[in-house]
Design a protein around this ligand. Structure first.
Ligand SMILES: [Zn+2]
Length: 969
């Protein structure tokens, strides 16, 4: 079909469509993000629009110090939430003119990577593996993982110093970490002590949790044992007396009368018993066992114990666990008196007696309870699992072979055995030898938190925690935590740089050795510890003693690695601040990185490494469940961006929709994500995009230099639009300043849909399309649109960075800045602000909404099509509306502020006589609204119904207004 035929109507006259000023823009309706976003990212990197922009800023430094993700595995929604939040903050600060250098980090050491390397090898290869070979493989593996994750982060539009990230395996990082450790040593915060670890007697090594298996069918010889009391604390004696239980004062007599009952599945640990622990909140009963003695057991367990012990148990008295504290008892097999102490919530009434046999050398809970109560760490078991001399008469027995039966016999002989029974339960085995493991205290390195606990608490107090509950969390944890065990019996890590005397006893760890090893690591990396022998690792002054020293084989806890990042990165590198302005991680990091960073920084420098800590929750599915492969509810950020296998079900939304999701959620709690939520977000994204497209598309013939109308000369509606934009800009700025990005999301959506699309731009259509191109009523509207689109692009830039740049690249006129990010954060010109406009226009918007409801009513009855088919009569019944109408009448611009045009109807009558023929009417407190069909004929060009259509010979189907426009062309 030729253009001529298509545009000609039945009478063969030309179509007037071409005389309208229609939308023209290269800014697509669809984002086409899979192709367009990478193009924009290339544009940024080619033009230095990224991190470099932040470095060039002259404002004060803003440091968001990155918490290093673990360099293992594919990226998930948790990474997306974390990194996008950080990027939104950084981009906002860059736009605000702050000097921003964001260095991304990765946590590269530790067991998971060590295991990955081991799992990739067969048995023979593993046998031939030396520590240094393992370390080289682990480093290569970690670097590969870093590369993969980095590509993902970059595709999300994250700006960072990708050329020089920090990795905990870099030599300068490792050296800085050694320095932190060294300073803690020199300040007396590091000591060596015993701590129970999983120990495999069969391979004579400590094992990590990940190296344990729990095979079915393990059975232990469990025993119920009674420990005779020696002395009662006065409050307990008084409490019992009130309940009518009087006990002898003499120790021997007391021990025969009162005994505390415990239960254990490891009788071999009884020689290491140093306490019995109770839960201070539980009720404990003294029960008569029918054999002339009172046993102390948990009150809730009386019945089940009576069955198990096969004897009647008659309650004589009940006391709270707290009262039992301080009771002392005699070890039934050894000449030793020990106390009852308060344990923790791990003591329950699910099994046993509710009183827990406590051997701090052989259990983690036991150890912590021991620490709290000042008990020593007794471990009478050697590396092979043989009881030592400290086990008295049982020395020489093996804990996994003959120790249990001998000890049980001895208990029976001593009259302390209440019951023995086989007990099936989960029990840890060595994954290599398939033999049972034990808990055994070994020499470990600790940071003594007591040495700087108060300083740490003071530092917490000075930090700003968002949400505020974070302060209580970390405060409680730091208050109650024990010393920090920082040594690991692993290979893939930073060495604890200590030398042990080969003849036992002392260790070599001082300023000289620390400085020397730090220098070696700075030069060669931590591998040097494994590559060189003692003679080369010791400082020159100790060279002649090399023979007597053996280098340690422990590495540091990986939390010490990442917890030293303030020392390796933010306090050391140019363009960064220490303490950093902000740390931002998941809320589990109060236990992890926030805390380890705080402890090391406080121990060395006496203050926190951050000024503010922001936490986010975790990504859940739409039903609020954790994501897991087995539930099939895992959302993959890459699938959100690139689409899934079935693009109908999983369309490619692009990185901006992922980023919009991050901005939309209240991240202080756990946040949901799923297909339904993504569809809604894509809808919001499209609305913002289409609003922007409409603004751009109507500026194709607008040249700001020549066509701009000064703000003070703009019609009322235009000035109101600028005033409204100013309000929104203030609120969005406030939302970014307070890190409440969900408010940005709501404000943006409301601004685009309610203020622009449904109101201002809806009314503007006539001015934009129908007027002559250079009419003042059109240029004034274009002036406003141009002012708004340039600011809207800036306001969305931190979140919808790709769309913002795309808008900028499609501005139809010249601007000074190559990129939106060079423009800076949008500011409100002073002459935009005119709050006096808000009140009357709000009244008129409400009137417009009311009229629209009546028109909609007519439309739904199919009595009316477009609103221009309508004539409306309004009679005000409310003084505010009355004065708003008067205000508009007196101040409104003749060409642009006609209420008839604002209502999009062809005729409007204010006041006057009621109409006879109505399509609909409505009366409320504000106004009477009457709607009838518009008089006149529809103008073919502007669709208004006018009485003068048909009176113009040159254009018989047009209204006079349109004729005028055409005659001036
Ligand atoms: Zn017309």
């Amino acid at each position: 079909m030729s253009k001529e035929t298509r545009d000609a109507n039945a009478e063969g006259r030309p179509s007037y469509k071409d005389t309208l000023n229609l939308l023209q823009t290269s800014f697509g309706m669809r984002a086409n993000a899979v192709k367009r976003e990478p193009e924009l990212q290339s544009f940024w990197s080619e033009n230095g629009i990224d991190l470099k922009l932040g470095l060039q800023n002259s404002g004060p430094i803003f440091t968001l110090h990155d918490g290093p993700p673990y360099a293992n595995g594919p990226l998930h929604m948790g990474h997306a939430l974390n990194k996008v939040l950080k990027d939104v903050i950084n981009k906002y600060q860059i736009l605000r003119g702050r000097k921003v250098r964001y260095i991304p980090g990765w946590d590269c050491h530790g067991l998971p990577i060590e295991l990955k390397v081991l799992q990739s090898m067969d048995q023979d290869q593993r046998q031939a593996l030396t520590p240094i070979k393992l370390r080289k493989k682990a480093a290569a593996y970690a670097r590969k993982q870093v590369d993969g994750q980095m590509k993902g982060f970059q595709r999300w539009g994250i700006w960072a110093d990708w050329q020089e990230p920090y990795l905990t395996l870099q030599k300068n990082y490792e050296a800085a970490q050694i320095k932190v450790f060294g300073e803690m040593v020199l300040k007396g915060h590091i000591y060596r002590g015993l701590k129970p670890v999983h120990w495999s007697p069969s391979s004579q090594t400590a094992l990590a949790e990940a190296e344990l298996e729990y095979p079915d069918g393990h059975t232990s010889p469990s025993v119920y044992v009674a420990f005779p009391a020696v002395e009662l604390p006065a409050p307990l004696r008084d409490a019992l007396s009130t309940e009518g239980v009087e006990l002898p004062g003499d120790a021997d007599a007391l021990g025969k009368t009162l005994q505390v009952a415990i239960w254990t599945t490891t009788p071999w640990t009884l020689p290491a018993n140093l306490a019995v622990s109770v839960n201070e909140r539980l009720d404990y009963a003294l029960v008569d066992d029918g054999e002339g003695r009172l046993l102390v057991v948990a009150a809730d367990l009386i019945d089940s114990l009576a069955t198990t012990l096969e004897r009647p148990l008659v309650r004589k008295a009940t006391v709270k666990g707290a009262l039992l504290s301080g009771l002392t008892y005699r070890h039934p097999l050894l000449d030793r008196t020990s106390p009852v102490v308060i344990g923790g919530e791990y003591i329950t009434t699910e099994s046993g007696t509710g009183l827990v046999h406590t051997a701090p050398g052989h259990g983690v809970d036991d150890f912590h309870t021991g620490q709290k109560n000042g008990l020593p760490v007794l471990c009478p078991v050697d590396e092979a699992g043989t009881l030592t001399d400290e086990a008295g008469p049982f020395a020489g027995l093996n804990v996994l072979k003959d120790a249990n039966p001998v000890i049980i016999d001895a208990l029976e002989t001593a009259g302390a055995l209440l019951k023995q029974e086989a007990y099936g339960h989960r029990y840890p085995y060595d994954w290599r030898t398939k033999k049972p493991t034990i808990f055994r205290a070994t020499e470990q390195w600790f940071a003594s938190v007591d040495g700087f606990r108060q300083q740490a608490l003071d530092a917490i107090d000075r930090v700003e925690w968002t949400p505020a509950s974070g302060r209580n969390r970390i405060e409680a944890m730091v208050k109650e935590r024990g010393d920090w065990c920082i040594s690991r019996q692993r290979t893939w890590g930073v060495p604890i740089p200590v030398f042990y005397n080969r003849s036992g006893g002392d260790v070599l760890l001082n300023a000289d050795t620390l400085a020397h090893i730090e220098a070696l690591i700075a030069e060669h990396g931590a591998d040097v510890w494994w590559e060189k022998d003692e003679a080369d690792l010791l400082p020159p002054a100790y060279a002649d003693q090399a023979e007597q020293w053996r280098k340690g084989t422990d590495t540091m806890d990986v939390w010490f690695d990442s917890g030293s990042s303030w020392a390796a990165v933010s306090s050391q590198q140019e363009g960064l601040g220490y303490p950093a302005d902000l740390y931002l991680e998941g809320s589990d990091q109060h236990r992890g990185w926030f805390q380890s960073s705080l402890l090391t920084s406080v121990a060395v420098n006496g203050h926190a490494p951050y000024q503010r800590v922001l936490t986010h929750g975790f990504a859940l599915d739409e039903k609020g469940r954790k994501m897991s492969k087995s539930l099939g509810n895992v959302v993959d950020p890459m699938v959100i961006i690139e689409g899934g296998k079935n693009q109908k079900q999983e369309p490619a939304y692009g990185a901006d929709v992922l980023r919009l999701w991050v901005s939309s959620v209240d991240y202080s709690a756990d946040v949901p994500i799923g297909a339904g939520i993504l569809r809604q977000l894509a809808d919001v994204y499209r609305k913002v995009r289409n609003t922007s497209r409409y603004l751009l598309g109507n500026l194709h013939d607008f040249n700001p230099a020549d066509d701009t109308i000064p703000v003070e000369k703009l019609p009322l509606l235009d000035r109101w639009m600028l005033q409204r934009t100013a309000e929104v800009m203030d609120e969005i700025t406030e939302a970014f300043e307070s890190y409440e990005f969900f408010r940005f999301f709501q404000l943006l959506q409301n601004f685009c849909v309610t203020d622009l699309s449904n109101f201002y731009l809806d009314i503007a259509k006539d001015r934009l399309y129908v007027s002559a191109p250079s009419d003042r009523r059109r240029r004034s509207c274009q002036t406003v649109m141009s002012l708004i689109i340039e600011r809207l692009a800036g306001l969305i830039a931190p979140v919808l960075c790709h769309m913002a740049e795309d808008i900028w690249q499609n501005l139809p006129y010249e601007v000074e800045e190559t990129s939106i990010f060079q423009r800076g954060w949008p500011t409100v010109p002073a002459d935009w602000r005119d709050p006096s406009l808000s009140e009357p226009i709000q009244r008129l918007r409400e009137l417009r909404a009311a009229v629209n409801r009546v028109l909609e009513d007519c439309r739904s009855r199919q009595e009316l099509g477009a609103s221009l088919e309508a004539a409306v009569r309004i009679e005000t019944r409310n003084p505010e509306l009355e004065s708003a109408l008067n205000w508009l009448n007196e101040n409104g611009d003749a060409e642009a502020d006609g209420l008839r045009d604002w209502l999009l109807v062809s005729q409007l009558q204010l006041g006057g006589e009621p109409w006879a023929e109505l399509l609909a009417d409505q009366t409320d407190d504000t106004a009477i609204i009457e709607v009838s069909r518009a008089r006149g004929i529809k103008c073919e060009r502007c669709w208004h119904y006018e009485s003068d259509v048909g009176q113009h010979t040159q254009h018989p189907t047009l209204c006079g207004r349109c004729c005028n426009v055409l005659n001036r062309r």
